[in-house]
Design a protein around this ligand. Structure first.
Ligand SMILES: C[S@@+](CC[C@H](N)C(=O)[O-])C[C@H]1O[C@@H](n2cnc3c(N)ncnc32)[C@H](O)[C@@H]1O
Length: 207
């Protein structure tokens, strides 16, 4: 039997309760319709960071810093996150949340479009999380690949796009994500899968 809302409610309750900062961010995201990652994705990101112990994380799409916070709390002592988002009003809010959560010193924000920033990054990225403009996902992937270390991890959110991809819808974002999924799962340099977690989470290892 496939799992349903009752199972998701159970999973919410059985995990440790959220702290005050995460609770506030989640509420702000919901109230203002800021598309932040769903809780199962947030928790998964944290566990992956705890497992990989990355020194260098790159995030594409910061918003108010919710996914960044979950990754930052699991970084090893030498770990840093570069998070990219041109919207300074959102990232200024993110910075205030991170300071309250005592992870501000591990995070650098770059307020420019990702496709301008990625070519400038030094190689050797250990983990990347893609969560910005859907029509640019494939271009983010191609820009990231030469910068990732072998064995590094790429994650990408919204790969099921609220059911629109499987439903056969056609619009710019849906078509772009459908194309991205094909590339992500068949790319010669990636060993990847898409997990039915949250809105569909891509998870791949660099060969
Ligand atoms: C889905 S939200 C990110 C949510 C965040 N990862 C979280 O879960 O907490 C997408 C963000 O991408 C940002 N964005 C828009 N254009 C961008 C670009 N060209 N490069 C990087 N980020 C961009 C938007 O400003 C928005 O805040």
């Amino acid at each position: 039997m496939p799992f349903g809302d009752r199972d998701l409610d159970y999973l919410e309750k059985v995990h440790p309760a959220l702290d005050a900062v995460a609770t506030e961010m989640l509420a702000a995201g919901r109230a203002e319709k800021i598309p932040i990652v769903q809780m199962p994705v947030a928790r998964f990101l944290r566990v992956v960071v705890a497992a990989v112990r990355p020194a260098r994380v790159v995030e594409i799409g910061t918003a108010i810093g919710f996914s960044t916070l979950w990754m930052a709390t699991a970084l090893p002592p030498n770990g840093r996150i570069d998070t990219i988002d041109p919207d300074r009003s959102r990232t200024d809010r993110a910075r205030r949340y991170w300071i309250r959560a005592q992870v501000g010193d591990r995070i650098r924000v770059v307020n420019e479009p990702a496709l301008r920033v990625l070519p400038r990054l030094a190689p050797g990225i250990d983990l990347a999380f893609i969560d910005a403009v859907k029509t640019e996902y494939s271009a983010y992937l191609e820009a990231l690949l030469p910068k990732m270390r072998p064995g590094g991890i790429i994650l990408a959110d919204n790969l099921l796009w609220s059911g629109r991809i499987a439903a056969g819808d056609h619009d710019a974002d849906t078509d772009a994500l459908r194309g991205f999924n094909e590339t992500f799962l068949h790319h010669a340099r990636l060993d990847g899968t898409i997990l039915p977690v949250g809105d569909g989470l891509g998870f791949a290892v660099i060969k």
